[in-house]
Design a protein around this ligand. Structure first.
Ligand code: GCB
Length: 649
């Protein structure tokens, strides 16, 4: 209670106190890139850090820690950004901390940015978990709710009015979850004084990953001219060999901007151009964006340069270049079509998760993961259970890996989380997600939640609203939410385009009895298809395997048991993919950290790779299977045919 109140009180106080020279941005969410008119300065790196360990966790606000350098109000430690803070120290209090933590960094802002009044200076946080407040030189600049999406603030005004080039950035981040946050959680105070000391509380959640917190993605300073491109929306289609790219450009700071849009091919050749804030570009002999292993030349990206010339008085020009993949997505009652060809998801579920850095963005990890996925013949993944870093989606665009883009609606199990406040927040998060990710060709479907308690009556209304709102934001992609095979009386499934089902046969049900998988999985598929006549993805299945643990005949937790479960599922998939099953996503790509419970041995071990990305037996099984499936479709590029046979293992 105290926690929720404090969070809300702080929120109201902040809203009231938003200062005149800074404003939090409501418009587009273009990824900051450099161009002739834009500069980017990465201010990630080492920051100063303090967890507010006071009993109410609000000493920082009472003492206004943002007003002076953090080191003046108490001890500070080094904290890398981006990274979760939890696993950085040797202190269990920091690992398990709940409440406000404070980050601070001094950065130099180039003098010309400040001197030139025509330059907008924006501070952008890629993501911070969960609730954030941002100050610049002690002046409040932004606040943001939600742990997996970016937020930014125009800080030019405050820089010009305060101390000039050197600027002190302070960010307070609170990981407290409530019934209305996404994901939801509750704080439980333990009142039995014979067992718990005064004030003792725990955070309860209904999701199965560690609630890592901190500044998880890069912090960037970037500039634009004051008259600038705020947002770009593209939608693509094609007919015969003509590609069509409709675009819509939103410009701020200029009443009558002259907008020019040019589309260039890989070799730099301009293939289409148009004037105006909206229009359609026609590309003859189009190179479509194809998924990995579906075409000789997958992941073709055009470059769309948008150039905005403001009115004569200010004379500014802003330029932004967006990669554009031309492709279509359609769903029939039994198929998922990309560019009108059936697409079968042979993929993985992932987590943003690794040793030491937790959920902190890390390029070596991203590149390693894409190399592993391509090695295994993975053509798709789901961003279970929250939006991933934009850099990951960009990498997927460039490699042709298809994405089901999921919002953080995971663990919605309490009936009180189906209320109006939660729904309003969920809709806002979907808006932020679609605004951020709408232009990625790799993103082919929105997932609005994972395993909500969809049997509860309010779930029907809740998901009808969510799905229809998401469709109103983006009509070009199907919408789903992930259902649990147990929820036979699912209230939300009628509204989605694709049924995604999670099941753990012979694991959570009938543990040890892999001989039942075939019967039960057939029943599962026939029931869902019989009821809704919509294509089905097995969006999770798997079994824990502690790497190096063996037993034959297989026993639970061994590598042999994991492969046996997989094989039994695969036999059924091979029948049902001839009918209406359009994909299989293993749970999980890699082992990952969870809260400490009696069912988790230092985390969830359902990875086919260890947390350090070393393959278990299941990875080799899956690799053979995925390459074989890709081979069978007949669309495999020449270089990859018989890859499995000739490639060194
Ligand atoms: C699920 C959840 C996932 C869990 C997984 C498991 O159904 O969607 O978050 O980690 O099961 O291993 O229990």
């Amino acid at each position: 209670m105290l926690w929720q109140c404090q969070l809300l009180v702080t929120k109201c106080a902040l809203l009231a106190a938003i200062c005149g020279v800074c404003r939090s941005l409501q418009g587009g969410m273009l990824f900051p890139t450099e161009s002739p008119s834009r500069e980017v300065k990465d201010v990630s790196g080492l920051w100063r850090f303090r967890a507010d360990l006071s009993p109410e966790r609000n000493r920082g606000f009472e003492q206004q820690w943002y007003r002076s350098p953090l080191a003046q109000t108490g001890p500070v430690i080094d904290m890398p950004v981006p990274s979760s803070y939890n696993d950085i120290t040797q202190d269990a209090k920091i690992r398990d901390f709940i409440g406000w933590v404070w980050y601070e960094k001094d950065v130099w802002v180039p003098a010309r940015w400040i001197q030139d009044r025509g330059t907008r200076i924006v501070l952008r946080v890629g993501s911070a978990h969960y609730y954030s407040v941002l100050w610049v030189n002690g002046v409040k600049a932004a606040e943001h709710e939600g742990g997996h999406l970016p937020f930014e603030a125009d800080i030019g005004g405050v820089l010009r009015q305060t101390s000039g080039n050197q600027c002190r950035i302070t960010i307070a981040v609170n990981n407290t979850l409530t019934l209305e946050t996404l994901p939801p959680g509750t704080i439980q105070y333990m009142t039995d004084r014979s067992r718990y000391p005064a004030g003792y509380f725990v955070q309860n959640t209904n999701f199965d990953f560690f609630n890592y917190a901190g500044i998880h993605r890069p912090v960037l300073l970037y500039t634009t001219p004051t008259a600038h491109i705020d947002d770009i929306t593209v939608e693509t289609t094609f007919s015969d060999n003509i590609g069509l790219v409709s675009f819509n450009v939103s410009v701020l700071g200029s009443s009558k901007p002259a907008v020019k849009v040019t589309l260039s091919a890989h070799d730099g050749r301009c293939v289409a151009s148009a004037d105006g804030i909206r229009g359609v570009l026609k590309v003859t002999d189009v190179n479509l964006w194809w998924p990995y292993l579906m075409h000789e030349n997958p992941a073709y990206l055009y470059s769309m340069e948008v150039s905005v010339q403001a009115t004569a008085e200010d004379g500014q020009t802003d330029v932004y270049t967006l990669p554009v993949g031309i492709r279509t997505v359609k769903v029939t009652s039994t198929q998922f079509l990309i560019n009108n060809k059936p697409f079968y998801f042979h993929g993985v579920n992932k987590h943003e998760d690794a040793d030491i850095r937790g959920k902190g963005f890390d390029w070596p990890l991203v590149v390693k993961d894409f190399n592993l996925m391509k090695w295994m013949g993975v053509n798709s993944f789901r961003t279970s259970h929250y939006p991933y870093a934009e850099e990951i989606l960009q990498t997927a665009d460039r490699h042709g890996i298809v994405i089901i883009d999921e919002c953080p609606g995971v663990g919605i199990k309490d009936i009180r989380s189906f209320g109006n406040v939660s729904l309003a927040h969920h809709l806002t998060v979907m808006e932020e997600l679609v605004r951020r990710d709408k232009n990625h060709p790799s993103v082919v479907m929105w997932s609005v939640a994972n395993e909500p308690a969809s049997e509860m009556p309010p779930a029907g209304f809740y998901f009808k609203e969510l799905v229809s709102h998401t469709k109103s934001l983006d009509s070009s992609r199907p919408v789903t939410y992930i259902t649990d095979s147990n929820y036979a009386r699912d209230q939300g499934a009628p509204y989605v385009d694709v049924i995604c089902v999670n099941s753990y046969l012979s694991w959570y049900h009938d543990p040890g009895h892999t001989e039942l998988i075939s019967l039960q999985l057939n029943t599962q598929f026939d029931d869902w298809f019989g009821k809704y006549q919509k294509p089905i993805i097995q969006s999770e299945y798997g079994a824990d395997a502690v790497s190096g643990l063996h037993s034959d005949p297989p026993m639970m937790f061994t590598e042999e048991y994991q492969t046996t479960v997989l094989q039994n599922y695969h036999n059924v998939f091979d029948q049902k993919r001839k009918e209406f099953v359009i994909g299989e996503l293993i749970w999980n790509f890699a082992d990952f950290m969870t809260a400490q419970t009696i069912t988790r041995v230092v985390g969830n071990k359902k990875g086919i790779l260890t947390r350090q990305r070393q393959p278990k037996a299941g990875a080799f099984l899956l690799r053979e299977r995925y390459w074989r499936i890709a081979n069978e479709t007949g669309a495999l590029p020449a270089w990859a045919r018989n890859y499995i046979l000739f490639k060194d293992h």
